[in-house]
Design a protein around this ligand. Structure first.
Ligand SMILES: Nc1ncnc2c1ncn2[C@@H]1O[C@H](COP(=O)(O)OP(=O)(O)O)[C@@H](O)[C@H]1O
Ligand SMILES: O=C(CO)[C@@H](O)[C@H](O)COP(=O)(O)O
Length: 502
């Protein structure tokens, strides 16, 4: 009999479910898109029911179209978009749309956290309070929607809600729990102190588990709904970036992950829990027991490209639009783009900054704009890599994952801007692969992630920096790095104008 694990990658644009066998081969994949609700500038929400139905449809298609037999699915695990607040009431019903990681409405609540707790907050959570994180979102609901807050009994993160609907069991894994900034990271427990200061009942915090822990089995109601079998074991899973790092075999400090999904992430495996990036980078529990990672996030990486395509190139395919950038030059003929179109997180935590094209010239063509967008996103990653350089963190290999890693041109741009070799995977689905690996290790198919990665992770082409291009990009990055300071005042004024006139 065949045996499979399913890796559920609950992204921001879509859910992708991969079925993998014991030899680490992807035997089938299905995806289902869902919308983002952006009612006001800075707002970003999704309906948790869309995640559940999207995941169910993808699983049903694996069973009906790809002929994966339910009795052959031994385990399921998850990679989940981080930080999104799902509030549940008395009967675990969803109380309002989920407020997502890229929603930046909580500047006031972040200030309140800083004012009330100062550096003690960073000591406990290993992170600064930033708009995207879960605690500020809870405080926003408490302040702005007191009727909803008064009904709230539990909070979950996106993939935890899907897991709950599959198993009937509430829980959250440590890698995602760090991103709530309610976790006392050193002690591996919800922080009583933070709950007390902000008057959040500890009872709202779900039980904690490790990524590889068994959360439960498929419930009979979800089995009826999806066609799955009730023997299938469901494991905790991880934050998408932790799962992506596992799926890209980032298992030692000499390797760095570059992920272009809706967001962009530069991530480094950390062995030492006392490392201090002064809150400029995030610091999280890993999916691998007793280990950590640091990362910097560009809020609008793939999102910038989606926005550009939707707005200026809706008649072209994604591949054609991205490939057209080869007709421009290194540096897009002197055009720079900053990807701050929904605000930014690292290295400029600023909800009010907005994007820009700088140097627009009468000779520029659409291909220059496409190229500037691709390059600007990677310049923002370079800003984060420079923080590792400043902290004497050495690494020699960058592994690229996410939808953006589908483009060979963009992978070469990464190698040239980072001036480091960039390795792709044979399949760009790092988070989905990581989710499947978590289930495989949870089931005991492998003794640890290292052994599992040897079977599951397959590196593809290596992109080596072109020295001439690297030199030009170094010069351009120095110009790019000035744009944030030069545009932040203007961005604030424009945002105030929009708020007054919307
Ligand atoms: N052919 C392509 N070439 C380069 N980038 C692409 C291509 N297709 C999609 N993308 C980018 O990939 C992003 C989606 O990546 P994905 O990892 O699936 O995101 P998420 O997990 O956030 O849903 C899109 O925002 C888009 O910008
Ligand atoms: O906020 C973060 C990490 O802190 C994001 O990386 C989200 O986890 C969403 O990821 P994608 O949908 O872009 O994969």
């Amino acid at each position: 009999m065949n045996e499979y694990v399913l890796g559920v990658d609950l992204g921001t644009s879509a859910v992708k479910v991969s079925a993998m066998n014991r030899d680490g081969e992807i035997v089938a994949q299905q995806a289902f898109d869902y919308p983002l609700i952006q009612a006001k500038p800075g707002y970003s929400e999704q309906n948790p029911e869309d995640w559940v139905s999207g995941t169910t449809v993808a699983i049903v298609r694996l069973i009906l179209d790809d002929h994966i037999k339910p009795e052959e699915i031994s385990g399921i695990s998850f990679s989940g978009q981080m930080h999104g607040l799902v509030l549940l009431g008395e009967n675990n019903q969803v109380l309002r749309p989920a407020i997502l990681w890229n929603d930046t409405r909580t500047a006031k609540q972040c200030q309140e956290i800083k004012a009330k707790m100062g550096s003690e907050f960073v000591d406990i959570t290993k992170n600064q309070p930033l708009e995207g994180f879960t605690l500020p979102k809870m405080l926003w609901v408490k302040e702005n929607e007191p009727d909803i807050w008064s009904q709230a009994k539990t909070f979950l993160l996106p993939k935890d809600y899907v897991r709950y609907r599959m198993t009937g069991k509430l829980g959250m894994d440590y890698s995602d729990a760090t991103g709530t900034v309610l976790l006392d990271v050193k002690n591996g427990q919800w922080s009583q102190k933070i709950c007390d200061v902000f008057d959040i009942p500890m009872s709202m915090c779900p039980p904690l588990m490790r990524s590889i822990d068994l959360a439960g089995k498929i419930s009979s109601s979800f089995a009826t709904f999806s066609g799955l079998d009730t023997h299938t074991e469901v494991f905790g899973g991880a934050a998408d970036n932790a799962a992506g790092a596992v799926g890209a075999s980032i298992l030692s400090p000499n390797m760095v992950l570059s992920s272009i999904g809706t967001s962009g992430v530069v991530l480094k495996y950390e062995e030492d829990p006392t490392v201090d990036y002064h809150g400029v980078l995030q610091f999280e529990d890993h999916a691998i027991p007793d280990s950590y990672y640091s990362m910097g996030v560009t809020l609008a990486a793939g999102y910038s490209l989606n926005w550009f395509k939707k707005t200026f190139a809706s008649d072209e395919s994604f591949d054609d639009m991205v490939d057209s950038a080869a007709k421009s030059t290194v540096g897009a003929n002197g055009l720079l783009y900053t990807p701050y179109i929904v605000g930014e997180r690292a290295p400029h935590p600023d909800a009010d900054i907005r994007g820009s094209f700088t140097g627009v010239d009468g000779t520029h063509k659409k291909v220059d704009f496409v190229r500037a967008v691709l390059e600007g996103i990677i310049f923002s990653f370079k800003d984060i890599m420079d923080i590792y350089d400043e902290n004497d963190k050495e690494f020699d290999t960058v592994v690229a994952i996410g939808g953006g890693a589908k483009s060979p041109l963009w992978l070469q741009i990464q190698a040239d801007i980072f001036n480091k070799k960039v390795v792709s995977l044979t399949n760009e689905q790092g988070p989905g692969m990581g989710a499947a690996m978590i289930a495989a290790v949870g089931l005991g198919w492998f003794k640890d992630f290292q052994e599992c990665a040897e079977k599951f992770v397959h590196f593809g082409k290596t992109y080596v920096p072109n020295p001439d291009n690297a030199k030009k990009y170094d010069q351009l990055h120095k110009i790019y790095a000035q744009v944030y300071d030069q545009t932040k005042g203007i961005s604030k004024q424009l945002l105030a104008y929009r708020r007054e006139n919307n």
